[in-house]
Design a protein around this ligand. Sequence first.
Ligand code: HEC
Ligand code: HEC
Length: 360
Amino acid sequence: MPKKYFAIVSVLMILTACGGTKTEEKAAPVPSKPIGTVIEIKAPLGLPPVPVPADNPPTAETIALGRRLYYDKGLSVDGTIACASCHDPEKGFSDASPNSAGVGGKRGDRNSPTVWNSAYNTLQFWDGRSPSLENQAEGPVQNPIEMANTLEAVEKKLSADASYVAEFEKAYGPGPITYEKVGKAIASFERTVLSGNSAFDKYQYGGDKKAMSASAIRGLEIYQNPAKGNCAACHTIEKDHALFTDNKFHNIGVGIDSKGELKDLGRFKETQVETDKGAFKTPTLRNIAATAPYMHDGSLKTLKDVVDFYVGGGSSNPHLDQEIKALKLSKQDRDDLEAFLNALTGETPPNIGAPAVGGN
Ligand code: HEC
Ligand code: HEC
């Protein structure tokens, strides 16, 4: 065979081989696993142990990488929006707007929930459409009104950055940068965004009966009393910890238009179950003083507005939860309830803000 001809055939064979492997890889991607020393994420006073999936144990390397990615605007199509743009540590890991602006100022219909303690959510999003933090992290990048990018474009961009290549190799060993690794790293970082050790935790679980004001202590009693506030029916408090959510979905009468129709069907979109119409996930109340405005549509501006909303028994509609009814609370009771909600502001752990190096 002439030398030239042989060379062409070899190149063709290599190309076919590469094409073949690529399709196989796409069909059954090999899951990546962190290679570093697994560390235990310490839960602060008032929180249970942090749930961690078996295929994504946290390591110092994946957490640091996830932190860099979380604050990196380069994940969006035009380099303007990071995860932190809508889940900003300065704004309670949420956003001060009722509905956050994504790429090009586009806005959706829902308020960005806090990332604080999202590690404990059994399902992610207001309607629970995502089963895990790893899976959730794929959503915003591809959402046309959030980061408007593609997973492939993110992989390509990160692969062209030598410092990211080095960090991914330290975290997962050699191999291409895949979005699966990106999602796992971001999820591990989010698992460190934990809020506990608030005045309430010190009072309730730390034995410090002076940690909360007299007003907040009265507020706690109203909060728990089924005949008064009845808040703990859904925003739960357990014996040795409190997540302030039952991780379930309820229609509490938010988002009803002037004709009495639900503007957003919420959980129903996922389950098609009639009683899920207008039901949304119970949000945590930790750091609630920092995450205004409130509710899935950001329709309530202050905690006082929220308390007044519950006192009124929510907006009536056919699917209103049985636990929601007009409350008999005096002005003092309402002030006390608000004082209690303000006692849920926790301690900020180190190393969760924008990283000093590496970020851009
Ligand atoms: C343009 C604003 C915006 C950006 C950018 C954004 N988010 Fe969100 N995020 C939202 C909104 C709005 C929701 C609620 C959407 C829903 O429930 O339908 C949400 C929901 C979430 C949730 C679920 C929390 C819960 O309690 O259910 C997590 C976790 C989260 N985002 C993390 C991220 C991460 C990680 C990134 C970056 C990869 C990101 N977000 C980028 C606005 C944004
Ligand atoms: C039937 C269950 C239930 C009860 C009882 C209940 N809540 Fe809620 N709470 C929810 C759900 C579900 C949401 C989100 C609703 C939505 O956005 O449509 C919510 C939202 C909130 C929010 C806004 C959180 C955020 O991040 O936007 C606050 C604050 C709040 N509740 C406080 C209270 C207080 C105080 C009480 C008692 C007076 C109470 N809740 C009783 C289920 C409940």
